[in-house]
Design a protein. Structure first.
Length: 157
């Protein structure tokens, strides 16, 4: 039988068949038979690394470490799961001033460099409200000395 195609077409066709076959084999190996992915990918959430403050109808998020004082009567309003509609902090605060109090801190206090005066902390127990640390009106986490030293060690590595 006489070959009507030049030799280079035969090699090209052979390479195409090998490539397609190997690609099909690889995709068949990586796709599970049940139709479910082999690895569950955890997608980041706005709620990761936050505490959620609820009031039955609405919720807002606060950074972990921003709650300076939490009396027993409002502990049930702080959780890890949202309830109701999401509200931005300023709107949520306006509607819940009866049980939330804000305390403006300096950046040095938030970083854990300057302490919050003990007299202020004692005053918070008399308020019987949840006290949230803020800087320029926005909730801010207060780093403890331990957290600050761990971050400093991590930066030096």
């Amino acid at each position: 039988m006489k070959n009507i195609y030049p030799a280079r077409f035969g090699i090209t066709a052979l390479l195409a068949v090998i490539t397609l076959t190997s690609c099909h084999w690889v995709s068949a190996q990586t796709q599970p038979s049940s139709g479910k992915p082999k690895v569950d990918i955890k997608r980041p959430s706005v709620y990761d690394g936050c505490k959620i403050v609820n009031n039955n109808k609405e919720h807002a998020i606060l950074p972990i470490g921003s709650i300076v004082f939490l009396p027993d009567r409002v502990k049930s309003r702080v959780s890890d799961k949202p309830e109701g509609r999401f509200k931005l902090w300023p709107d949520f605060l306006k509607r819940n001033r009866d049980w939330i109090w804000t305390f403006e801190v300096t950046l040095d206090q938030a970083k854990g460099i300057a302490p919050i005066p003990q007299a202020k902390l004692d005053e918070f127990t008399k308020l019987n409200r949840m006290v949230v640390a803020t800087n320029n009106g926005n909730p801010v986490a207060i780093l403890s000395k331990k957290q600050k030293s761990k971050e400093g060690k991590a930066e030096n590595k």
